[in-house]
Design a protein around this ligand. Sequence first.
Ligand SMILES: [Zn+2]
Length: 464
Amino acid sequence: MVWDLLIRHGQVVTPDGVRRLDVAIENEHIVELSDELSGAARETIDAAGLHVFPGLIDAHVHFNEPGRTDWEGFDTGSAALAAGGGTCFFDMPLNAHPPTLDGESFDLKLAAALKNSRTDFALWGGLTPDNLGHMEELADRGVVGFKAFMSSSGIDDFGRVDDLTLLRGMEMAAKLGLPIAVHAESEELTSRLTAEARGEGRTGIRDYLDSRPIIAEVDAIRRAIAFAQETGCSLHVVHISSARGSIEVVEAKHLYVSNQDRPLHVTGETCPHYLTLTADDVVKLGAPAKCAPPLRPDDQVEALWRQLLAGGIDLVASDHSPAPASMKAGDDFFRVWGGVAGVQSTLASLLSGRHTIPLEQVAKLTASNVAARFGIASKGRVAVGNDADLTILDAAASFQLTRDMLLDRHKLSPYVGRRFRGVVRRTIVRGHTVFLDGKTVGNFRGRLVKPARTARSEGRAAHA
Ligand SMILES: [Zn+2]
């Protein structure tokens, strides 16, 4: 037996803890995990002193291809993901053009991703008032779920769901065995507060932050939970910005589906920027730190950390949402493009946060919980039989992020200049090295990952 790849002497981060193990890889899979493997391999990596992590699965990115490749694109987006230790991403249905709202647009995006992505990927479908009749064809093609905006999406070709559309979309998603993911902010509150502020000429950074208060998030999350209870739909709340929002999700895990003897399946995601940056940082950094929901005051960031440390957050995703510099400029902060371009810095942010998280928990938040939640059985854990998606990390080393280290297209990260712990040395997708010591390597191209769809009666079998 000659393995394709043998990684020796590394500290392997498994769900059960960190252990000194050798990892043997054959045919793109992990085939052996043991204290000491002595077989021959075509390539051997000495990982002494380094950690072997499951590759990050980023459940929330906007790579904007096809149609707006000048904003990012799969090539540069996946390169930056890999530089941050990522081996798989889930691309959101909007900001590419056409948005992923039917089978035809799915096929266009899939072709572009197969051609240009350096890592594996899954695709989200969208839910808007116009595409209820296309959800089934999207499910058949393998979308990981359906994303809906409860407040204006900021882009004309992706409509906000009104309450009835959300309710009907959830009914359909429940039938299809797929989750609905919601951008949860109240349109009523945010649009009125926005109109008021702009009408009075208050268009600065603080005015923008004040127009999207935490109650707007809490209100929308509660409504989404009520609809999920009503329909039995599996619900995922993306980019939760506040502890109060997260608590709504945690408490809903104890609810039951209306008139059925099964628990609600609901999960919550937050992003590195809600844990790393505060409202004061938006004032200092300006456009690169603008996002919706917005960054919160320091005491709220601390409260969100407490939720994370207590296990109240299911997963952390980047919500990488870049745009050209020309769209990140202007005096009216409401008009500046919102979106944080942080796809490269998720792991570094979690390893360098204001509180220490055990490495096993970092691996859960960025890999195993993501795979379990979305039914991706072959990924997310360093385990025999799984895809050989691995990140080799020097956890003891630190670095200062400079613009030239960033591999995304526009390099407008709010983290430039920050010091981080944990240097990604190598990223491996299904046994193929795609990133090594600061550079992308090889011509590997990723493939579409499809979820296992849960039958309606299975309840929360995939609960993370
Ligand atoms: Zn997003």
